[in-house]
Design a protein around this ligand. Structure first.
Ligand code: NAD
Ligand code: UDP
Length: 318
C-alpha cells in the first residue's frame, strides 16, 4: 500500500516512515521543515519514499497518485514552540487537518491522526482513560496546542459521520528517542543537552510532577497496528510507567555515572501535574504494549545524541 505521512521529516513522522517501509509499504512524506529536517529521512530508499516540501496548512500536497492512508503527524509538539509559533500550531491542527481529511476522502483512504495526551489537559482522573473528556484551559500558552488537537479530533469525527471516512485516532503520550531536536526544550533532550554541555539539569517547579515516557520504537509499532485495526475511537498510546521529573534526573545520573547539579526554575503556566496513560484498550484491541524500559531507552537515546552531536564521552565513561 502507498501511504502519505505529513510531518514525515519530524521526530515521530520519520520513525513512522521507517516502520511502514519495513512493513512492505511505500511512503510519500509531506513536510515544511518548520521543526523537522530532511536529514531525518535521508536514509530512506528513493524507490520506496519521496518527500513533498509543503506547508500542509496552506499549500497543495496532493501526491497525484492513489494513497490508501493519510497519517497526519505535522504539528510542532514542544512547549517551547507553543510560545514561539502558536498560530502555526493552530493552523496545522485546523486548516492542515481539514486538507488532510479532504485528501483522505478524495482517495478513499484511511485517515489516522496524531492526537495527544494534551487533550486531557491537567487531568483530574488518574491514570487517563480514553473516556475521560479532559480538564483543559481554553486560554493560556498550552491552549493553542491542546485546543487545536481537540478541534482536529472533532473535525475527523465529523468527516467520519458525514462522509463515512475511516478514521483512526492515536492519543500519544510523551515520546522520546533518536531524532528529537537537541534544543527543542522537551525534558529528555534538555537533560541530554545539559549533560553534554556539562551544565546542571534544569528542573521546572519542584520536580514532583509526573510523566510517562514511551520510546519511539514502541510508539510507532502501536500506530502501525492501530492503522490496520478496525477500531474507530481514540486509543491511548504511551508507556504506563510513571516517573517524577526528579526520578528522571536520577536515572540520567545512573546512566551517565555523573552526579549532576539540579537547577530549579519556575514551573511553566498550566504545566500538567500528572500524566499516565491507561493502555488497557490498546492491549486489548492491538495486542500492544511498550517493551523498552526507560533506563535502556534513555541510554541508547543519549548514545545517539552523542554520536550525532559529537559529545565525545560515552555514558558511564567519566
Ligand atoms: P516534530 O516537531 O519533530 O515533528 C513535526 C513535523 O511536522 C516536523 O517535521 C515539522 O517540520 C512538520 N510540520 C509542522 N507544521 C507543518 C506544516 N504546517 N506543514 C508541513 N509540515 C509541518 O514533532 P513530533 O514530536 O515528531 O510530533 C509529531 C506529531 O505527534 C505531532 O502531531 C504531535 O502533536 C504528536 N505528538 C507528539 C508527542 C511527543 O511526545 N513527541 C506526544 C503527543 C503527540
Ligand atoms: N521540564 C523540566 N525541565 C526541563 C524541561 C521540562 O523540569 O528542562 C518539565 C516540564 O515542566 C514538564 C515535564 O518536564 O513538567 C515534561 O516536559 P516536556 O516539555 O518534555 O513535555 P510536556 O510538558 O508537554 O509533557
Amino acid at each position: 500500500m502507498k501511504i502519505l505521512i505529513t510531518g514525515a521529516a519530524g521526530f515521530i513522522g520519520s520513525h513512522l516512515c521507517d516502520r511502514f517501509i519495513s512493513g512492505g509499504h511505500d511512503v510519500i512524506g509531506a513536510d515544511s521543515f518548520i521543526t523537522g529536517s530532511p536529514e531525518n529521512v535521508s536514509h530512506l530508499p528513493p524507490e520506496r519514499f519521496r518527500l513533498i516540501q509543503a506547508d500542509v496548512s496552506t499549500q497543495d500536497f496532493d501526491p497525484g497518485e492513489e494513497v490508501g492512508g493519510v497519517l497526519h503527524f505535522a504539528s510542532p509538539a514542544s512547549p517551547v514552540d507553543f510560545a514561539r509559533i502558536p498560530l502555526e500550531i493552530m493552523d496545522v491542527n485546523s486548516l492542515g487537518t481539514r486538507r488532510c481529511l479532504e485528501l483522505a476522502k478524495r482517495y478513499n483512504a484511511t485517515f489516522l491522526m496524531a492526537s495527544t495526551s494534551e487533550v486531557y489537559g491537567d487531568p483530574l482522573t488518574h491514570p487517563q482513560k480514553e473516556s475521560y473528556f479532559g480538564n483543559v484551559n481554553p486560554r493560556g500558552v498550552r491552549s493553542v496546542y491542546d485546543e487545536s488537537k481537540r478541534f482536529s479530533e472533532a473535525m475527523a469525527d465529523a468527516y467520519h459521520r458525514k462522509f463515512g471516512l475511516v478514521v483512526r485516532t492515536a492519543r500519544i503520550f510523551n515520546t522520546y528517542g533518536p531524532r528529537m531536536r537537541l534544543d527543542d526544550g522537551r525534558v529528555i533532550p534538555a537533560f541530554i543537552q545539559r549533560y553534554m554541555q556539562g551544565g546542571a539539569l534544569t528542573i521546572f517547579g519542584d520536580g514532583t510532577q509526573t510523566r510517562s515516557f514511551c520510546h519511539v520504537f514502541d510508539l510507532v509499532e502501536g500506530i502501525f497496528r492501530l492503522f490496520f485495526s478496525r477500531y474507530g475511537s481514540p486509543v491511548n498510546l504511551g508507556n504506563p510507567a510513571e516517573f517524577t521529573i526528579l526520578e528522571l534526573a536520577g536515572i540520567m545520573e545512573e546512566i551517565t555515572g555523573r552526579k549532576q547539579e539540579l537547577e530549579m526554575h519556575p514551573l511553566p503556566d498550566w504545566d500538567p501535574k500528572k500524566r499516565r496513560p491507561d493502555i488497557t484498550l490498546a492491549r486489548e484491541i492491538l495486542g500492544w504494549e511498550p517493551r523498552v524500559p526507560l533506563k535502556d531507552g534513555l541510554k541508547t537515546t543519549l548514545e545517539w545524541f552523542m554520536e550525532r552531536y559529537g559529545g565525545g564521552q560515552q555514558p558511564g565513561m567519566e
